[in-house]
Design a protein around this ligand. Structure first.
Ligand code: PLP
Length: 428
Protein backbone atom coordinates (compact mmCIF):
# COMPACT_ATOMS: atom_id res chain seq x y z
CA UNK A 1 0.00 0.00 0.00
CA UNK A 2 2.96 2.31 0.75
CA UNK A 3 5.62 0.92 -1.59
CA UNK A 4 7.21 4.24 -2.45
CA UNK A 5 7.40 5.27 1.22
CA UNK A 6 8.95 1.92 2.04
CA UNK A 7 11.63 2.43 -0.61
CA UNK A 8 12.33 5.95 0.60
CA UNK A 9 12.63 4.80 4.20
CA UNK A 10 15.29 2.26 3.20
CA UNK A 11 17.14 5.04 1.39
CA UNK A 12 16.66 7.46 4.31
CA UNK A 13 18.19 5.01 6.77
CA UNK A 14 21.42 5.08 4.77
CA UNK A 15 21.88 8.78 5.39
CA UNK A 16 19.75 9.87 8.35
CA UNK A 17 19.95 8.21 11.71
CA UNK A 18 16.92 5.93 12.04
CA UNK A 19 15.73 7.41 8.75
CA UNK A 20 14.03 10.28 10.56
CA UNK A 21 14.76 13.73 11.91
CA UNK A 22 12.55 13.34 14.97
CA UNK A 23 11.92 9.95 16.64
CA UNK A 24 8.12 9.72 16.65
CA UNK A 25 8.13 10.04 12.84
CA UNK A 26 9.63 6.53 12.68
CA UNK A 27 6.17 5.03 13.57
CA UNK A 28 7.94 2.54 15.86
CA UNK A 29 5.07 2.22 18.31
CA UNK A 30 2.59 1.36 15.55
CA UNK A 31 4.82 -1.21 13.88
CA UNK A 32 4.85 0.04 10.29
CA UNK A 33 7.34 1.99 8.26
CA UNK A 34 6.79 5.74 8.17
CA UNK A 35 4.81 7.35 5.38
CA UNK A 36 6.73 9.88 3.34
CA UNK A 37 4.81 13.07 2.68
CA UNK A 38 5.12 14.77 -0.68
CA UNK A 39 2.92 17.79 -0.09
CA UNK A 40 0.00 19.09 1.95
CA UNK A 41 -2.88 21.49 1.54
CA UNK A 42 -5.68 22.43 3.93
CA UNK A 43 -6.66 19.41 6.01
CA UNK A 44 -4.88 16.93 3.75
CA UNK A 45 -1.51 15.27 3.48
CA UNK A 46 -0.43 13.58 0.24
CA UNK A 47 2.13 10.81 0.41
CA UNK A 48 4.85 9.79 -2.05
CA UNK A 49 2.60 6.78 -2.72
CA UNK A 50 -0.07 9.14 -4.06
CA UNK A 51 -2.38 8.51 -1.13
CA UNK A 52 -4.44 11.27 0.47
CA UNK A 53 -4.92 11.53 4.24
CA UNK A 54 -7.10 13.66 6.46
CA UNK A 55 -4.41 14.98 8.77
CA UNK A 56 -4.95 15.15 12.52
CA UNK A 57 -1.24 15.45 13.37
CA UNK A 58 -0.90 18.98 12.05
CA UNK A 59 2.89 18.78 12.27
CA UNK A 60 2.29 18.15 16.01
CA UNK A 61 0.48 21.45 16.45
CA UNK A 62 1.51 24.46 14.39
CA UNK A 63 -1.00 24.22 11.53
CA UNK A 64 -4.15 25.47 13.22
CA UNK A 65 -5.16 27.10 9.91
CA UNK A 66 -4.46 23.95 7.91
CA UNK A 67 -1.54 23.30 5.58
CA UNK A 68 -0.24 25.95 3.19
CA UNK A 69 -2.91 28.47 4.09
CA UNK A 70 -3.06 30.91 1.18
CA UNK A 71 -2.65 34.05 3.28
CA UNK A 72 0.44 32.66 4.98
CA UNK A 73 1.84 31.46 1.67
CA UNK A 74 1.49 34.94 0.18
CA UNK A 75 3.05 36.64 3.20
CA UNK A 76 5.97 34.24 3.18
CA UNK A 77 6.48 34.62 -0.57
CA UNK A 78 6.61 38.39 -0.17
CA UNK A 79 9.02 38.08 2.77
CA UNK A 80 11.32 35.79 0.79
CA UNK A 81 11.83 38.47 -1.82
CA UNK A 82 13.21 40.74 0.89
CA UNK A 83 15.98 38.40 2.05
CA UNK A 84 15.91 35.44 4.39
CA UNK A 85 17.89 36.51 7.41
CA UNK A 86 19.91 39.58 8.28
CA UNK A 87 21.33 39.00 11.75
CA UNK A 88 19.88 42.40 12.52
CA UNK A 89 16.74 43.96 13.98
CA UNK A 90 13.49 44.11 11.97
CA UNK A 91 10.19 45.95 12.33
CA UNK A 92 8.31 42.67 11.89
CA UNK A 93 9.76 41.07 15.01
CA UNK A 94 8.59 44.10 16.99
CA UNK A 95 5.13 43.69 15.46
CA UNK A 96 4.95 40.03 16.48
CA UNK A 97 6.31 40.67 19.99
CA UNK A 98 3.76 43.49 20.46
CA UNK A 99 0.90 41.16 19.56
CA UNK A 100 2.06 38.65 22.16
CA UNK A 101 2.62 41.22 24.89
CA UNK A 102 -0.81 42.74 24.24
CA UNK A 103 -2.40 39.29 24.49
CA UNK A 104 -0.65 37.77 27.51
CA UNK A 105 -1.04 39.74 30.75
CA UNK A 106 1.93 37.88 32.22
CA UNK A 107 4.30 38.87 29.41
CA UNK A 108 5.88 42.33 29.33
CA UNK A 109 9.02 41.42 27.43
CA UNK A 110 9.69 38.61 24.97
CA UNK A 111 12.66 36.91 23.37
CA UNK A 112 12.28 34.90 20.16
CA UNK A 113 14.22 31.70 19.56
CA UNK A 114 13.96 28.90 16.99
CA UNK A 115 12.39 25.99 18.86
CA UNK A 116 10.43 25.13 21.97
CA UNK A 117 13.47 23.28 23.27
CA UNK A 118 15.56 26.42 23.06
CA UNK A 119 12.87 28.52 24.72
CA UNK A 120 12.58 26.06 27.62
CA UNK A 121 16.34 25.84 28.07
CA UNK A 122 16.63 29.63 28.08
CA UNK A 123 13.67 30.14 30.45
CA UNK A 124 15.08 27.67 32.96
CA UNK A 125 18.51 29.28 32.79
CA UNK A 126 16.79 32.61 33.41
CA UNK A 127 14.79 31.24 36.35
CA UNK A 128 18.00 29.95 37.89
CA UNK A 129 19.74 33.26 37.27
CA UNK A 130 16.86 35.22 38.78
CA UNK A 131 16.32 33.08 41.88
CA UNK A 132 19.97 32.07 42.40
CA UNK A 133 18.69 28.52 42.94
CA UNK A 134 19.58 25.29 41.16
CA UNK A 135 16.59 22.95 41.09
CA UNK A 136 13.64 22.73 38.76
CA UNK A 137 10.43 20.79 39.33
CA UNK A 138 8.72 19.14 36.38
CA UNK A 139 5.90 16.64 36.01
CA UNK A 140 6.12 13.07 34.79
CA UNK A 141 4.86 12.70 31.25
CA UNK A 142 5.15 16.41 30.48
CA UNK A 143 7.52 17.07 27.59
CA UNK A 144 9.45 20.29 27.38
CA UNK A 145 11.80 19.55 24.49
CA UNK A 146 15.10 17.72 24.53
CA UNK A 147 17.18 20.05 26.70
CA UNK A 148 19.24 17.78 29.02
CA UNK A 149 17.56 18.79 32.27
CA UNK A 150 14.10 18.12 30.80
CA UNK A 151 14.82 14.59 29.58
CA UNK A 152 13.88 13.26 32.97
CA UNK A 153 10.40 11.81 33.27
CA UNK A 154 9.63 13.17 29.79
CA UNK A 155 6.62 12.39 27.63
CA UNK A 156 6.05 12.43 23.87
CA UNK A 157 8.70 10.50 21.86
CA UNK A 158 10.63 9.87 25.06
CA UNK A 159 7.53 8.26 26.59
CA UNK A 160 6.91 6.20 23.50
CA UNK A 161 10.31 4.62 23.78
CA UNK A 162 10.01 4.09 27.51
CA UNK A 163 13.30 5.91 28.07
CA UNK A 164 12.37 8.54 30.62
CA UNK A 165 16.03 9.43 31.10
CA UNK A 166 18.08 9.70 27.95
CA UNK A 167 21.57 8.28 27.84
CA UNK A 168 24.05 11.12 27.71
CA UNK A 169 22.21 13.20 30.29
CA UNK A 170 24.69 13.25 33.13
CA UNK A 171 23.56 12.62 36.67
CA UNK A 172 24.84 15.99 37.85
CA UNK A 173 22.28 17.61 35.57
CA UNK A 174 19.42 15.13 36.09
CA UNK A 175 19.65 15.47 39.86
CA UNK A 176 18.59 19.11 39.59
CA UNK A 177 15.28 18.11 38.03
CA UNK A 178 12.75 17.11 40.67
CA UNK A 179 9.79 15.08 39.48
CA UNK A 180 6.19 14.82 40.60
CA UNK A 181 3.18 13.08 39.14
CA UNK A 182 0.91 15.51 37.21
CA UNK A 183 -2.14 16.51 39.27
CA UNK A 184 -0.60 15.24 42.52
CA UNK A 185 -1.15 18.10 44.98
CA UNK A 186 0.33 16.19 47.93
CA UNK A 187 3.53 15.22 46.12
CA UNK A 188 4.14 18.84 45.12
CA UNK A 189 3.49 19.99 48.71
CA UNK A 190 5.90 17.41 50.04
CA UNK A 191 8.65 18.25 47.57
CA UNK A 192 8.31 21.95 48.44
CA UNK A 193 8.44 21.13 52.16
CA UNK A 194 11.67 19.20 51.58
CA UNK A 195 13.36 21.28 48.86
CA UNK A 196 11.34 24.50 48.51
CA UNK A 197 14.26 26.84 49.20
CA UNK A 198 16.26 25.19 46.37
CA UNK A 199 13.55 25.25 43.70
CA UNK A 200 14.20 27.91 41.06
CA UNK A 201 11.10 27.04 39.08
CA UNK A 202 8.20 24.74 38.44
CA UNK A 203 7.65 24.07 34.75
CA UNK A 204 4.31 22.66 33.63
CA UNK A 205 2.20 22.17 30.54
CA UNK A 206 -0.96 23.86 31.82
CA UNK A 207 -2.83 21.23 29.86
CA UNK A 208 -0.55 18.28 29.30
CA UNK A 209 -0.48 17.14 25.69
CA UNK A 210 2.65 15.02 25.49
CA UNK A 211 1.39 11.95 27.33
CA UNK A 212 -1.67 12.33 25.17
CA UNK A 213 -3.96 15.09 26.41
CA UNK A 214 -4.31 15.11 30.20
CA UNK A 215 -6.27 17.89 31.86
CA UNK A 216 -5.23 19.58 35.10
CA UNK A 217 -7.56 18.79 37.99
CA UNK A 218 -9.67 21.75 39.16
CA UNK A 219 -7.45 24.05 41.22
CA UNK A 220 -4.17 22.37 40.26
CA UNK A 221 -2.76 25.30 38.29
CA UNK A 222 -3.83 27.84 40.93
CA UNK A 223 -2.25 25.59 43.56
CA UNK A 224 1.04 25.67 41.62
CA UNK A 225 0.76 29.46 41.41
CA UNK A 226 0.18 29.72 45.18
CA UNK A 227 2.91 27.36 46.28
CA UNK A 228 5.51 28.93 43.98
CA UNK A 229 4.62 32.36 45.39
CA UNK A 230 4.91 30.99 48.89
CA UNK A 231 8.43 29.65 48.28
CA UNK A 232 9.63 32.46 45.97
CA UNK A 233 10.04 30.02 43.10
CA UNK A 234 9.07 30.94 39.56
CA UNK A 235 6.17 29.30 37.75
CA UNK A 236 6.76 28.56 34.07
CA UNK A 237 3.82 27.72 31.81
CA UNK A 238 5.03 25.83 28.79
CA UNK A 239 2.29 26.80 26.33
CA UNK A 240 4.13 25.54 23.26
CA UNK A 241 1.08 23.41 22.41
CA UNK A 242 -1.65 25.31 24.26
CA UNK A 243 -0.69 28.82 23.15
CA UNK A 244 -3.32 30.23 20.73
CA UNK A 245 -4.81 26.73 20.59
CA UNK A 246 -8.05 27.02 22.58
CA UNK A 247 -8.44 30.80 22.51
CA UNK A 248 -6.56 33.87 21.30
CA UNK A 249 -4.12 33.58 24.21
CA UNK A 250 -3.18 30.64 26.38
CA UNK A 251 -4.57 28.43 29.11
CA UNK A 252 -3.38 31.18 31.45
CA UNK A 253 -5.89 33.49 29.71
CA UNK A 254 -8.75 31.04 30.19
CA UNK A 255 -7.81 30.20 33.78
CA UNK A 256 -6.81 33.74 34.70
CA UNK A 257 -3.50 32.65 36.22
CA UNK A 258 -0.31 34.63 35.71
CA UNK A 259 2.82 32.49 35.47
CA UNK A 260 6.19 34.22 35.87
CA UNK A 261 7.47 32.96 32.54
CA UNK A 262 5.59 31.76 29.48
CA UNK A 263 6.87 29.65 26.63
CA UNK A 264 5.21 29.69 23.23
CA UNK A 265 6.06 27.89 20.00
CA UNK A 266 4.30 25.97 17.22
CA UNK A 267 1.31 28.21 16.28
CA UNK A 268 3.24 31.48 16.76
CA UNK A 269 5.56 30.46 13.93
CA UNK A 270 2.76 29.50 11.55
CA UNK A 271 4.67 26.32 10.59
CA UNK A 272 8.14 27.88 10.58
CA UNK A 273 10.83 27.53 13.28
CA UNK A 274 9.90 30.11 15.90
CA UNK A 275 9.35 30.02 19.65
CA UNK A 276 9.44 32.51 22.48
CA UNK A 277 9.96 32.92 26.17
CA UNK A 278 8.66 35.94 27.99
CA UNK A 279 7.64 37.32 31.33
CA UNK A 280 7.59 40.45 33.37
CA UNK A 281 10.15 43.22 33.01
CA UNK A 282 11.93 42.45 36.30
CA UNK A 283 12.71 38.89 35.33
CA UNK A 284 13.26 39.34 31.60
CA UNK A 285 15.63 42.25 32.15
CA UNK A 286 18.19 39.75 33.37
CA UNK A 287 18.57 38.41 29.82
CA UNK A 288 21.51 39.62 27.73
CA UNK A 289 22.20 42.31 26.60
CA UNK A 290 20.19 43.94 29.46
CA UNK A 291 21.46 41.51 32.08
CA UNK A 292 23.90 38.72 32.86
CA UNK A 293 21.88 35.67 31.69
CA UNK A 294 23.28 34.89 28.25
CA UNK A 295 21.18 33.75 25.32
CA UNK A 296 21.54 34.39 21.58
CA UNK A 297 20.73 32.94 18.14
CA UNK A 298 21.85 33.41 14.51
CA UNK A 299 18.34 32.88 13.15
CA UNK A 300 16.33 34.14 16.15
CA UNK A 301 13.41 36.31 15.06
CA UNK A 302 13.95 35.07 11.51
CA UNK A 303 12.02 37.38 9.12
CA UNK A 304 10.26 34.57 7.24
CA UNK A 305 9.08 32.79 10.39
CA UNK A 306 8.02 36.08 11.95
CA UNK A 307 5.87 36.98 8.93
CA UNK A 308 4.23 33.54 9.03
CA UNK A 309 3.59 34.05 12.74
CA UNK A 310 2.06 37.48 12.28
CA UNK A 311 -0.17 36.23 9.47
CA UNK A 312 -1.34 33.30 11.62
CA UNK A 313 -2.08 35.38 14.70
CA UNK A 314 -3.88 38.05 12.70
CA UNK A 315 -6.12 35.49 11.04
CA UNK A 316 -6.88 33.87 14.38
CA UNK A 317 -7.71 37.24 15.88
CA UNK A 318 -9.84 38.42 12.97
CA UNK A 319 -11.75 35.21 12.33
CA UNK A 320 -11.96 33.95 15.92
CA UNK A 321 -12.42 30.30 14.88
CA UNK A 322 -12.16 28.93 18.40
CA UNK A 323 -15.83 28.16 19.10
CA UNK A 324 -16.23 26.39 15.78
CA UNK A 325 -12.99 24.44 16.27
CA UNK A 326 -14.12 23.34 19.69
CA UNK A 327 -17.55 22.35 18.44
CA UNK A 328 -16.08 20.29 15.58
CA UNK A 329 -13.68 18.60 17.98
CA UNK A 330 -16.49 17.78 20.38
CA UNK A 331 -18.58 16.30 17.56
CA UNK A 332 -15.69 14.07 16.50
CA UNK A 333 -14.82 13.04 20.03
CA UNK A 334 -18.31 12.51 21.43
CA UNK A 335 -19.65 10.56 18.45
CA UNK A 336 -16.56 8.35 18.44
CA UNK A 337 -17.02 7.75 22.16
CA UNK A 338 -20.66 6.83 21.54
CA UNK A 339 -19.64 4.29 18.90
CA UNK A 340 -17.00 2.79 21.17
CA UNK A 341 -19.73 2.31 23.72
CA UNK A 342 -21.99 0.63 21.16
CA UNK A 343 -19.26 -1.81 20.16
CA UNK A 344 -18.02 -2.36 23.69
CA UNK A 345 -14.56 -0.95 23.07
CA UNK A 346 -12.92 0.42 26.22
CA UNK A 347 -12.34 4.02 25.19
CA UNK A 348 -11.92 7.30 27.02
CA UNK A 349 -10.83 10.71 25.81
CA UNK A 350 -9.32 13.94 26.99
CA UNK A 351 -9.73 17.06 24.90
CA UNK A 352 -9.60 20.83 24.97
CA UNK A 353 -10.12 23.38 22.21
CA UNK A 354 -9.20 21.63 18.99
CA UNK A 355 -6.89 19.09 20.58
CA UNK A 356 -7.77 15.54 21.66
CA UNK A 357 -6.47 12.08 22.51
CA UNK A 358 -8.37 8.79 22.61
CA UNK A 359 -7.16 6.33 25.24
CA UNK A 360 -8.09 2.65 25.15
CA UNK A 361 -9.01 2.55 28.82
CA UNK A 362 -12.34 2.75 30.64
CA UNK A 363 -11.32 5.79 32.70
CA UNK A 364 -9.99 9.15 31.60
CA UNK A 365 -6.28 9.31 32.53
CA UNK A 366 -5.31 12.10 34.93
CA UNK A 367 -1.58 11.35 35.04
CA UNK A 368 1.14 9.37 33.35
CA UNK A 369 0.68 5.99 35.11
CA UNK A 370 -3.00 6.09 34.13
CA UNK A 371 -2.06 6.86 30.51
CA UNK A 372 0.16 3.78 30.55
CA UNK A 373 -2.92 1.64 31.19
CA UNK A 374 -4.16 2.35 27.67
CA UNK A 375 -4.36 -0.90 25.70
CA UNK A 376 -1.42 -0.77 23.27
CA UNK A 377 -2.84 -3.41 20.94
CA UNK A 378 -6.16 -1.61 20.54
CA UNK A 379 -4.39 1.72 20.00
CA UNK A 380 -2.18 0.21 17.32
CA UNK A 381 -5.10 -1.45 15.52
CA UNK A 382 -7.08 1.78 15.66
CA UNK A 383 -4.16 3.74 14.21
CA UNK A 384 -3.54 1.17 11.45
CA UNK A 385 -7.25 0.97 10.62
CA UNK A 386 -7.35 4.74 10.28
CA UNK A 387 -4.22 4.93 8.10
CA UNK A 388 -5.66 2.24 5.82
CA UNK A 389 -8.76 4.40 5.41
CA UNK A 390 -6.80 7.58 4.64
CA UNK A 391 -6.92 9.15 8.09
CA UNK A 392 -3.66 10.19 9.70
CA UNK A 393 -3.78 10.17 13.49
CA UNK A 394 -0.73 10.67 15.72
CA UNK A 395 1.40 7.51 15.50
CA UNK A 396 1.74 7.19 19.27
CA UNK A 397 -0.59 6.92 22.24
CA UNK A 398 1.44 9.66 23.89
CA UNK A 399 0.62 12.40 21.41
CA UNK A 400 -2.27 14.77 20.90
CA UNK A 401 -4.34 15.06 17.72
CA UNK A 402 -5.38 18.41 16.28
CA UNK A 403 -8.20 19.81 14.20
CA UNK A 404 -7.58 22.84 12.02
CA UNK A 405 -9.91 25.41 10.52
CA UNK A 406 -9.46 23.55 7.22
CA UNK A 407 -11.19 20.38 8.48
CA UNK A 408 -14.73 20.23 7.12
CA UNK A 409 -17.84 18.57 8.51
CA UNK A 410 -17.39 16.00 5.75
CA UNK A 411 -13.83 15.21 6.93
CA UNK A 412 -15.15 14.70 10.43
CA UNK A 413 -17.99 12.50 9.17
CA UNK A 414 -15.53 10.34 7.19
CA UNK A 415 -13.39 10.00 10.31
CA UNK A 416 -16.32 8.96 12.49
CA UNK A 417 -17.48 6.40 9.92
CA UNK A 418 -13.96 4.99 9.75
CA UNK A 419 -13.90 4.70 13.56
CA UNK A 420 -17.15 2.74 13.43
CA UNK A 421 -15.77 0.28 10.87
CA UNK A 422 -12.63 -0.21 12.96
CA UNK A 423 -14.58 -0.73 16.21
CA UNK A 424 -16.75 -3.31 14.40
CA UNK A 425 -13.61 -5.16 13.26
CA UNK A 426 -12.05 -4.97 16.71
CA UNK A 427 -15.16 -6.43 18.29
CA UNK A 428 -15.42 -9.37 15.85
N1 PLP B 1 7.22 22.10 25.04
C1 PLP B 1 6.13 21.44 24.64
C2 PLP B 1 4.90 21.49 25.50
C3 PLP B 1 6.13 20.71 23.45
O1 PLP B 1 5.02 20.06 23.08
C4 PLP B 1 7.29 20.70 22.67
C5 PLP B 1 7.33 19.92 21.41
O2 PLP B 1 6.46 19.20 21.06
C6 PLP B 1 8.40 21.39 23.11
C7 PLP B 1 8.34 22.10 24.29
C8 PLP B 1 9.65 21.41 22.30
O3 PLP B 1 9.47 22.17 21.15
P1 PLP B 1 10.38 21.93 19.86
O4 PLP B 1 10.01 20.60 19.30
O5 PLP B 1 10.03 23.08 18.97
O6 PLP B 1 11.79 21.97 20.32
Amino acid sequence: MFDESKKLFEEAKKYIVGGVNSPVRAFKSVGIDPIFIKNAKGAYLYSEDDRQFIDYVSSFGPNILGHANNTIVNKVKAALENGFTYGACTKAEVDLAKRIVETFDSVELTRFVNSGTEAVMSAIRLARGFTQRENCLKFKGCYHGHYDGMLVGAGSGAATFGVPTSKGVIEDIAKHTLICEYNDFDAVKKIFQDYGHTIACVIVEPIAANMGVVLPKPGFLQFLRDITYQYNSLLIFDEVITGFRACYGGIQTLENIKPDLTILGKIIGGGFPLAMYGGNRDIMSLVSPEGPVYQAGTLSGNPIAVQAGIATLDMLKNTNPYNQLKLNTQILVSRTMGLANTYDIPLSENSFGSCFTFFFTENKPTNYPEVLKSNERLFKNFFLGMIKRGIYFAPSQFEANFLSTAHTKKDIEITINAAEEIFKELKD
